[in-house]
Write a protein that binds this ligand. Structure first.
Ligand SMILES: Cc1cc2nc3c(=O)[nH]c(=O)nc-3n(C[C@H](O)[C@H](O)[C@H](O)COP(=O)(O)O)c2cc1C
Length: 188
């Protein structure tokens, strides 16, 4: 039997009070959608439903640093997602954060929880991989690095969907047979 499935969805989740983390989320989203046959959605953590996570092919989670940790809003999403761990398992993911020097602590706190949820990290953030751990507002160079991370996230999301499709013979994605060729997911 042949099934039609939707375009891979890349979901970028963030919280932000003064706009720094939102700007980073938007830069990641720009890279994620650039030239790719995918749907990229940006949502505030408080608006994310379990169905959003379940439908996503790849996930990004970002927060400002508060007291060397992620925001309460993002932590609440994770707490509320505990009964839905399987929606995360095996999916490509990245964490991103902004702060005034302590942003790596924030990212580590997100990555710790994502490890528990069983995601596959596309890129982990450390002091050398600027673009995801950002001091203050992202500048143009930082946005370019963030966009590259977004692109890698999309590529990993497409691979994830293709792997899943290959497990079920005859699945067609758009006009292409995904099980035959990963390029089918990438569009023109
Ligand atoms: C209550 C509060 C606590 C903060 N705690 C930290 C902190 O522990 N470490 C740090 O590096 N920055 C800290 N910051 C700075 C913010 O993380 C930083 O300004 C961030 O970029 C804000 O993101 P936003 O513009 O997306 O809201 C704190 C800010 C506030 C308001």
């Amino acid at each position: 039997m042949i099934h039609m499935v939707e375009k891979p969805r890349i979901l970028i989740i963030y919280t932000s009070m003064s706009g720094n983390t939102e700007a980073l989320a938007r830069a990641i989203a720009d890279g994620a959608r650039h030239g790719q046959n995918v749907e990229v959605e940006i949502k505030r953590a408080g608006e994310v439903t379990p169905q959003d996570i379940a439908r996503a092919a790849a996930l990004a989670f970002g927060s400002p640093t508060y007291f060397s940790y992620m925001s309460g809003e993002l932590k609440s999403l994770f707490d509320g997602s505990l009964p839905f761990k399987e929606h995360f398992e095996g999916k490509p993911a990245i964490a991103f954060g902004t702060g005034n020097g302590g942003q790596l602590k924030c990212i580590e706190s997100i990555e710790n929880i994502l490890s528990y949820f069983g995601v596959r990290f596309v890129q982990k953030s450390d002091i050398l991989s600027a673009g995801l751990a950002v001091q203050g507002a992202p500048d143009a160079g930082t946005k370019r690095l963030a966009a590259q991370a977004g692109k890698s996230l999309t590529e990993a999301g497409v691979r994830y969907v293709c792997e899943k499709a290959k497990q079920e013979q005859g699945i067609v994605i758009g006009e292409h047979t995904a099980g035959r060729d990963e390029k089918a997911m990438r569009g023109p």
